[in-house]
Write a protein that binds this ligand. Structure first.
Ligand code: SF4
Length: 372
């Protein structure tokens, strides 16, 4: 089996942000040792990996020196889109030049907001001014720069959101990802929100902010291609599109996930357990599931309906959808009210309903029935 997309997890962070549920350790950063572990994992997995895209995510990949990326990239000369997530606090001219010489061609900056008081609540390392400087430096070196924004931060109001959007619009960015603040269990924010030290905005406010983002970004020349992602034409993140299109991908490093044919695997999410296992010639998984044909299709729908372009259905998949519609008043209702659109073997959600799509997508999945 050939694998066309590679995700490399870098499991180190300088400090832990209280809202984050990605796996990382604030322990010692070990670039050389970690590079060897990753190369060993690649060997142990014995796959034909010919990635068109490579995505270094984290954790904080920008704690790694450019030589780390250069080594991995040199193993895959066919890669076209090579992204590194960079913490604004780690940005300087020399470092980004080093990444460019290493072969990186896309930078994703974790800006989150330009507002200092909100950055403090998120316990980010950088300030608003440093965020702006990091964008200026990144766009002076890279053509393809993306930033992440978070909305719904306690204390954030419409004015501050508008200011963030106005600030980002000053730069020739190619891509923006915007995420509603989500409170994950077992994070410090979960406790703080439970103790009512902070509160999330109402659903109405979230929805208002989302509409504001969609409106301002589209006025600024970005087109929305997924619930949370906006890009200039031709600058969609091809790596993430591969996830949403259910292409085969390989993830390496602790907690990294892979989809290989119908098998979903998630590596153990502990650096030390990962290190011990790889050093003794084993890969250990936190999760390993063989997905049935039905499960694959339901995941394909759930992922594909996140995109404004929707899901392209195969002939037999279209039959399943049409049969399910015949039996489901809920689906008929969605189609009659143009919330769900089925045209020429393409199923998609009306973009106006993308913000509530999590609920709709899970309900649509429940209504899809396979012939016995
Ligand atoms: S948000 Fe990023 S920098 Fe903060 S803990 Fe999570 S992975 Fe690390």
């Amino acid at each position: 089996m050939e694998v066309g997309h590679l995700y490399v997890h870098v499991p180190f962070c300088r400090t832990k942000c209280p809202y984050c549920d990605f796996y990382s350790t604030t322990g010692k950063v070990e670039p050389e040792c970690y590079l060897n572990l990753l190369k060993e994992e690649l060997k142990l997995k014995k796959l034909r990996v010919k990635p068109k895209t490579i995505y270094f995510g984290g954790g904080t990949p920008s704690l790694m020196p450019p030589s780390f990326f250069e080594h991995i990239i040199s193993l895959f000369p066919e890669a076209e889109e090579i992204t590194v997530e960079v913490n604004p606090d780690d940005v300087n001219h020399e470092y980004l030049k080093g990444l460019k010489s290493a072969g990186v061609n896309r930078i994703s900056l974790g800006i989150q907001t330009f507002d200092d008081s909100l950055l403090k609540i998120l316990k980010r390392r950088h300030t608003g001014t440093k965020g702006i400087k990091s964008i200026e430096t990144a766009i002076s070196i890279f053509d393809n720069v993306s930033i992440d924004l978070i909305f719904g931060i306690p204390g954030q109001d419409e004015k501050s959101m508008e200011k963030d959007l106005k600030t980002l619009m000053k730069f020739p960015l190619k891509h923006v990802s915007t995420y509603a603040l989500t409170i994950y269990e077992k994070t410090p924010f979960h406790r703080l929100f439970k103790e009512k030290k902070y509160a999330l905005p109402s659903e109405e406010t979230f929805s208002k902010y989302y509409s504001l983002i969609v409106e301002k970004l589209s006025t600024g020349g970005f087109y929305q291609y997924e619930i949370s992602n906006f890009s200039k034409l031709q600058f969609e993140c091809k790596h993430n599109l591969a996830y949403w299109d259910m292409k085969n991908y390989l993830g390496i490093g602790p907690s990294a996930a892979s989809l290989l044919a119908n098998k979903y695997q998630k590596n153990v999410d502990n650096y030390f357990a990962y290190k011990n296992a790889i050093s003794s010639g084993k890969v250990i998984y936190k999760e390993e599931v063989n997905l049935s044909r039905e499960e694959v299709f339901k995941i394909k729908l759930a992922m594909g309906l996140r995109k404004t372009n929707g899901v392209n259905l195969k002939v037999e998949e279209e039959k399943v959808v049409r049969n399910s519609i015949e039996k489901s008043p809920f689906l008929q209702n969605l189609l009659n009210s143009r919330i769900l659109i089925l045209e020429k073997r393409k199923l998609k959600l009306n973009p106006e309903f993308l913000f509530v799509s999590s609920y709709l997508i899970s309900r649509i999945g429940e209504e899809i029935i396979f012939p016995a």
